[in-house]
Write a protein that binds this ligand. Structure first.
Ligand code: NAD
Length: 260
């Protein structure tokens, strides 16, 4: 379905981004992977996707907090894969503390990676999509793009910002064949959430399985984690012709979190 399309998935060496990269490759897209990690592990992931799905893959170690590195990654994709048809803005980090205790440097870092990188990626990739008269931008926001939780000021502000930016880009592209949507996951069991489970277990003297249940019960009525594969398949759908008139949407995949 996506054969011949070139996709960038930021933050795809782990968790949700990796699930999305695999789904896009399964659908036939060539993929520029991005993110940090052990070089040999990243190379193994790259080869596994390339040989498993018969697509071309590259990896960029561009730091999403650095606009010039984002621009370079997009240029590198255009040179290596021919264009940028699909941009999945997924890289993100978390830091929890009250507003009073929140370190200003952490605020700047969360806003840079979780919000400004979405602007810069879109800013540099959109002209390439416009030149080819087709494009899909999928922003991985969060249930925290729709509602808030205490102690997540930078994350919630950034994710609400992503939802707003998604709407603006959708409106600016509305009359053409480029769509821009946000996906708003609830809890997904990735390293980003594992840290929060470990902290909850330590704080309340719980086992890891008990902390998982407590975390889910507090927010997610289904009491089941969303999986990276489910988010990958939704991303593929948003890239399909069937989704050509879905734009500016923020789609919760949150087990009912934002239904109450
Ligand atoms: P993760 O920690 O498993 O993966 C994050 C990825 O981003 C990794 O590949 C990491 O190397 C990369 N990354 C981090 N900082 C980077 C930087 N400066 N430059 C380039 N890459 C960088 O996290 P995840 O849970 O898969 O999160 C992915 C996205 O999904 C994030 O935007 C997160 O906010 C969002 N999200 C996660 C959940 C969840 O429950 N896990 C829920 C809602 C939204």
């Amino acid at each position: 379905m996506l054969k011949g399309k070139a996709a960038i998935v930021t933050g795809s060496t782990s968790g949700i981004g990796l699930g999305i990269a695999r789904s896009l490759a399964r659908a036939g897209a060539d993929v520029m992977l991005n993110g940090f990690g052990d070089a040999s592990e990243i190379e193994a992931i790259r080869r596994e996707i390339e040989t498993g799905f018969g697509v071309r893959t590259f990896h960029s170690s561009a730091d999403m907090s650095k606009p010039e590195q984002i621009e370079a990654m997009i240029q590198q994709t255009a040179e290596g894969l021919g264009s940028v048809d699909i941009l999945v803005n997924n890289a993100g980090i978390q830091h929890t503390a009250s507003v009073v205790d929140f370190p200003p440097a952490k605020w700047e870092q969360v806003i840079a990676i979780n919000l400004s990188a979405v602007f810069y990626g879109t800013h540099y990739a959109l002209p390439l999509m416009q030149a080819k008269d087709w494009g899909r931008i999928v922003n991985i926001a969060s249930a925290h793009g729709l509602v808030a939780s205490a102690n997540k000021s930078a994350y919630v502000a950034a994710k609400h910002g992503v939802v707003g930016l998604t709407k603006v880009v959708a409106l600016e592209c509305a009359e053409g064949p480029i769509t821009c949507n946000a996906i708003c996951p609830g809890w997904v069991l990735t390293p980003l959430v594992q840290k929060q489970i470990d902290a909850l277990a330590a704080r309340e003297g719980l086992s890891i399985p008990e902390a998982e249940v407590k975390l889910l019960e507090e927010k997610q009525p289904t009491k089941r984690f969303t999986t990276p594969e489910q988010l990958g398949e939704l991303t593929v759908f948003l890239c399909s012709d069937a989704a050509a008139n879905i734009t500016g949407a923020s789609l919760p995949v949150d087990g009912g979190w934002t239904a109450r």
